[in-house]
Design a binder for this molecule. Structure first.
Ligand code: GLY
Length: 359
């Protein structure tokens, strides 16, 4: 087992390893637990329920369908019906959407109760469940309603990943690779050394890159929980958005049929191309970005929606200030700089490099 400390305003631990969810009983002793989860993770929920003295389930839909005002209100109604008090604990068990919802339930019930996250996907472990961002979607956009509410603990039980489809493993691995590019280049060499092993959740290589990614996330959010610092090379939590500006536009235009990490793999190639033009990033790192993504079986090209549509969607990116687009860039792996208001022709040129090569 590895333990990563998140030393922000309310310090907590992220425990990573096989069977770590068994620690939930000790963490919740003396409290009732509202266990929020989709039916698809019943294989984890069942044993957890049996290990707890006082627990009730709140079953929610899978994936983004959980992050609605209707589901949220249903959770509040259940907490009220069960007589949930301030001394009780909300547990989010599932992927990133479930832990985002459960976090927002905990943030809002009686103005805030204890939250423990038990993520069951790589994306949830490496990103969503750590760092206190919680929220739901509304028709105007994703994550537009939410709160910062830090958990008391995060239990990344790698046993939960045993049945995760390869597509989900790959998508989650893209977010781990992102942590390599922004803070910890050692992640990149481990992935390059054995891209097959890192996709096996039982391997030492996977354990190491996941732990390193969580360490990156922990140090970033501890320094800038509310995403309020970023200027030039002093980039706070916004650095976690490397590749995301294009990725979010692709996700929207593909009607969320792409996994987040799949879109971010293409988004990171775009960000590397832009970094080469704006920050002098070595072309070898741009090529390396493509090779790492391809080695993991992720797409490295994008065809479909024309540039003008994606560009318009990017105006809604939450990093945009007024009409000025802002991108997270790197001058070298581990060295992040904000790129503010890049040249429009340059952006289109970077997009053109994503076109599939026709023989
Ligand atoms: N997923 C980006 C963040 O937590 O800030």
């Amino acid at each position: 087992m590895s333990v990563v400390e998140v030393n922000g305003p309310s310090p907590y631990q992220v425990r990573i390893g096989a069977a770590v969810s068994r620690g939930l009983a000790d963490l919740t002793v003396g409290s009732r637990v509202a266990l929020i989860h989709p039916a698809s993770v019943e294989f984890m929920a069942g044993p957890l329920r049996e290990s707890l003295d006082r627990v009730f389930d709140i079953e929610v839909p899978d994936a983004e369908a959980a992050k609605t005002a209707t589901v949220l209100a249903g959770c509040w109604d259940r907490l009220a019906a069960e007589g949930m008090t301030r001394g009780d604990v909300v547990v989010g068990l599932g992927g990133g959407a479930t832990t985002d919802l459960a976090g927002f339930v905990a943030a809002t019930w009686m103005r805030g109760v204890t939250l423990i996250q038990v993520p069951t996907t790589v994306l949830g472990m490496a990103d969503a469940a750590v760092g206190g961002k919680t929220g739901i979607n509304i028709s105007a956009g994703k994550n537009l309603v939410g709160a910062f509410h830090e958990p008391k603990a995060v239990l990344c039980d790698t046993d939960a990943l045993a049945h995760l489809p390869l597509r989900e493993m790959r998508s989650g691995m893209a977010e781990i690779v992102k942590c390599g590019f922004i803070n910890d280049p050692r992640i990149l060499s481990i992935v390059e050394n054995d891209p097959v092993a890192v996709l096996d959740p039982a391997s030492d290589a996977f354990h190491e890159v996941l732990t390193r990614a969580v360490q990156v996330k922990a140090s970033v959010v501890a320094a800038d929980l509310t995403e309020s610092t970023s200027r030039g090379t002093d980039v706070g939590r916004e650095r976690l958005n490397y590749g995301h500006t294009l990725a979010h536009a692709i996700e929207a235009h593909e009607h969320f049929t792409w996994r987040h990490g799949e879109a971010d793999a293409v988004g990171m190639i775009f960000a590397a191309e832009l970094s080469a033009r704006e920050l002098g990033l070595d072309r070898q790192v741009v090529d390396r970005t493509r090779e790492i993504m391809a080695g993991l079986g992720l797409l490295t090209t994008f065809e479909g929606t024309e540039w003008a549509k994606l560009r318009a969607t990017m105006n809604l990116d939450k990093k945009t200030r007024g009409t000025m687009l802002r991108f997270v860039g790197i001058s070298a792996p581990g060295h992040v700089t904000m790129i503010e208001g890049p040249d429009e022709h340059e952006l289109e040129e970077c997009f053109a490099t994503l076109a599939p090569v026709v023989d």
